[in-house]
Design a protein around this ligand. Sequence first.
Ligand code: SF4
Length: 686
Amino acid sequence: MSINITVAKTAGFCFGVKNAMTQAEKLAENGGGYTLGQLIHNPFAIKELEKKGVFAIDTLDEAKDGKTVIIRSHGVGQAVYDELKRQNIPYIDATCPKVVKIHKIVEEESAKGANVLIAGDPNHPEVKGIMGHCHKNVKVWVVNSLDDIESLVKNEKSFVHNALIFLSQTTGKLSKWIEYKKIVKKHCTNLKIFDTICKATTCRQTEAEDLASKCDLMIVVGGRESSNTAKLADISKKYCKTFFTESAEALPVAEIKAVLSDLAKKSSDINIGITAGASTPYGIIKEVHRFMSEITKNDEMDIDFMAEVDKTFKRVYIGNRVKAYVVAVNNTEAIVDIGTKHSGYIPADELTATPGLLPKDVVKPGDEIECVVTNINDQDGIVYLSKKRVDAAAGLEKLADACNNNTTVTGIVTSVVKGGVIVTCEGSRVFVPASHTGVSRGRRGDQPENPEELAKKLETLLKKEVKLKIIEVSEGRGKVVGSIKNAAKEESDALKEKFWSEIEVGKKYVGEVKSMESYGVFVDLGGVDGMVHSSELTWNRIKHPKEVVSVGDKLEVYVKSYDPEKKRVSLGAKNPDDNPWTKFLAEFAVGDVVKVQVVSITPFGAFAQIIPGVDGLIHISQISLDRVTNVAQYLTVGQVVEAKITEVDEEKSRVSLSIKELLEESAGDEEEAAEEETEGTEEAAE
Ligand code: SF4
């Protein structure tokens, strides 16, 4: 006869319980404290915790000594958080992230006015906690049978007509939930259903069903108070003889032997299955397995039972790459579930290569991430992992691709080292030599570089996001070298090429004034500089560009001409709408007498401003009725005189002025007046 014992892979702690237990172990190491209610439904685990100084309390009034209280994975209602704050009690929230999600759902939906229907045990702490997050203005019902739902349909009008959300206790039985949904859907039209049965629970139930269907006898291990363990026993009973036990010692040996003896009469192969609820410690499952192997031992069997049971548990080894589910995150580490019996930890410095980030900046509960196992402590059931190393390995591949394909990557400058900087990029460290950073080295001639000055310049890059080219990847040594300068050059070349392909006379740009000379300014048009001559900066007469612009100013310019061969662009910045010549032509004409201000003296005459931007020439011959040989003897700069517009050359934008013509006219008028006066006197004498 052969007897096979199989332990369900999903037997034992789920990650929510595992996290709560881990928090309790830590609390025990730090002087002990309390759990609000029993942490898990398992009397043996509770006793173990008490031995270590972690006690279950029923109310917060029992936590008066300042010690920390753990909120268990079932979660609590909002009132408990309020009370913790009011009494200033330190606490660790070990509510399972999946339960937290349900709290958020009921908070949001009930705040919008939806009534809440919960499938579950009204006395279960998780259900009470969920109820404690519903808005006080809505109705909340808990149903635990089809009759409960039928009764609501008959007796509660608002159940059928109002907006309703329907969800389940996380450890609810899947088959029951499916039935419940059918009937609620039939009656309630304004309904939203949230499938909140935990995957850990459904997987455990499905595996229990599968195992029980192949076995002749099932042992279900867990606390009598544990609803999910009771459900496993219910499932198993449908298929074979099932024993529900809290421990190996509690197994009814005589009864089991009698069952085995009956089975042996029918078959030479007997299959025994063992499963356990979410709150059953690994040690108790092992004990039950050991016990069962002892009572089923016979001479024909030579089985290493512990080896067999170990086979049914997923093993991990240092260097294994595993998928991890983030259960909780604190300031020093992330706690993860890797699908084994171990508690997984990723210390903060193994989460990311980017310095200064907290674990919460990198992962959040519910994330699924890839990690590598770095250390295992089987005795304590702890595994240490690194996400950083997996990221770095994947990053190294990406960087190698970037190197081969000459693509640009982005990273953050994280430190200055001898001879360059380190850029964290794709989870890897990339060394950028100083000569490739793009900072100006400031070396004069053959003079050696001052290392301190260079370091100061490199520090200006710290924490900046930079684009870089990967110029070397040595995968064996994990060494990667990059160049910020090469990436910048490629970008600048691309900009230049685009510029030259799109440039045309008259095209407008807004550019930054990069430098200034006495004859004009150079403007950056986006990778290419153009020159604006002083005479093209303003319609007014200026002596130096600094009178109208400064380096760094943004300037609207247009292309006057360009030479792609010589890479030269000549720009103008004067707005045609402000052209003073147009204004002059509209307002003045030949023959007009204008008041002008002398702006310059030359050997051949004087220039005088008619309006800003339009000067006229008073030729030396037009200054006086006398013969003028030295202009300065008659006119000075700044002097305001009256002159007549004698000629306008629109083509050359030139204006001729004459003072002399005005003087002649005035002399003629005086003569005429004198003659008229003389004639008048003579007439009177006659
Ligand atoms: Fe969380 Fe699921 Fe475990 Fe409940 S059964 S504590 S929801 S992981």
